[in-house]
Design a protein around this ligand. Structure first.
Ligand code: NAD
Ligand code: DAU
Length: 350
């Protein structure tokens, strides 16, 4: 029975990961450590909250006393570090919070894991510290080429700079202490439970409320979209079969211009939900500062070494996702009350 310490498990990808793992494996235990920032939502975990193999701890990854206590109370085998400040626009307004959680939080987790796992000059068997990284650490691509694992790090936003720093700290614990680590760097995820500050849920929420659909700059920036469950599958495969000390890029060759995404969302909603949702809602707004032009992942390494492949095509995944948000309006209403309103007005109603 392996015990996973999942951090940030009440957020978008972390909650999908916990649900995916508990559905697919009966012989694991999951401890979810989450401080429940604006992005953390325990409602995401309703379907597994009473599972005997699931345990929630409310707390901060920077809390040295608490994290050491988790390692004392549970025989943690794997750390999967999702906990982060994750939104680029917020990092432009408040970089410090990103450094505190993404860099110092990761460092604290590394230190606590080392304290528990490195005993009498040896690493205990079967341990793994997995860092959930992002393709944004590689910077921006021109019209051609892809990010490989050996592409130089060139982050442009305070968010991606903090994620690059945390990746490097994790790598340093491998290089210096031979800590058993792995890192994945994934492209843009979409799917259920994504906080509506991010493009796709924001578009769906605004469209069904007949609000403007804000497009930064010329709308031609490109992102490489992956259905969240395919990311969860990749993380599981890397933890269990990936080579210690290695980085694995995760992406499904699903590049889309932002304007194409907006048009697809409008087209589906117009056809299947409400024919007053039209392209007239599209509103071009001021560009994001330092806006990366294009991301594109080369996933050859994870495919060739571990046999990973994306199971959900974008065409199927986007419909599944829109349907999920239409079915879960209550979830959206709850999450958009309170803090979100202030954030939204500050960002979009300047
Ligand atoms: P999210 O913002 O939806 O969730 C982050 C979670 O971390 C929240 O539950 C929040 O409460 C928790 N958290 C934040 N600070 C914390 C702290 N100090 N201590 C404990 N918990 C804390 O983020 P997400 O989109 O699910 O991303 C998860 C991870 O995956 C992040 O590390 C992100 O960088 C990475 N990632 C995201 C994407 C994407 O497209 N969303 C792609 C690649 C990688
Ligand atoms: O690439 C992986 C990264 O993807 C993750 O590491 C981040 O945590 C995640 O937030 C995401 O970052 P992006 O900045 O790419 O995602 P976002 O949804 O914020 O924006 C996607 C694109 O859409 C980007 O080019 C900016 C644009 N955009 C976004 C918003 C919120 C708009 O045009 N209008 C908007 O209102």
């Amino acid at each position: 029975m392996k015990t996973y310490l999942v951090t940030g498990g009440a957020g978008f990808i972390g909650s999908n990961f916990i649900i995916y793992m508990l559905k697919n494996f009966k012989d694991i235990k999951i401890i979810n450590l989450d401080s429940l920032t604006y992005a953390g939502n325990l409602n995401n975990l309703k379907e597994i909250e009473s599972d005997v193999n699931y345990h929630f701890v409310h707390g901060d990854i920077r809390d040295n006393f608490l994290v050491n206590k988790i390692f004392e109370d549970f025989k943690v085998d794997y750390v999967v570090n999702f906990a982060a400040e994750s939104h680029v626009d917020r990092s432009i307004e408040d970089p410090e919070t990103f450094v505190k959680t993404n860099v110092l939080g990761t460092l604290n987790l590394l230190n606590c894991a080392k304290k528990a796992w490195y005993v009498d000059g040896k690493w205990k068997e079967g341990k793994r510290f997995h860092q959930v990284g992002t393709d944004e650490v590689y910077g921006s691509l021109g019209e051609t080429g892809y990010f490989t694992e050996s592409t130089s790090l060139d982050p442009h936003s305070p968010y991606s700079a903090s994620k690059a720093s945390s990746d490097l700290m994790v790598k340093a614990y491998f290089d210096t202490f031979q800590m058993p680590i792995t890192i994945t760097r994934c492209s843009n995820n979409y799917g259920p439970f994504q906080f509506p500050e991010k493009l796709i849920p924001l578009l769906i929420n605004n469209a069904i409320n007949h609000k403007a659909l804000p497009i930064y700059g010329d709308g031609l920036n490109v992102r490489d979209w992956l259905y969240v469950e395919d990311h969860c599958k990749a993380i599981d495969m890397v933890i269990n079969n990936g080579t210690i000390g290695e980085v694995y890029n995760v992406g499904g060759h699903n590049e889309r211009k932002n304007i194409e995404i907006v048009k697809e969302v409008i087209e589906y909603l117009n056809r299947e939900y409400d024919n007053t949702i039209t392209e007239e809602l599209i509103t071009y707004v001021e560009d994001r500062k330092g806006h990366d032009r294009r991301y594109g992942i080369d996933p050859s390494k994870i495919k060739d070494e571990l046999g990973w492949y994306p199971e959900t095509s974008f065409e199927k995944g986007i419909i599944k996702t829109i349907k999920w948000y239409l079915k879960n309006k209550q979830w959206m209403e709850e999450i958009t009350s309170g803090e979100y309103e202030n954030y939204y007005n500050k960002m979009y109603n300047k």
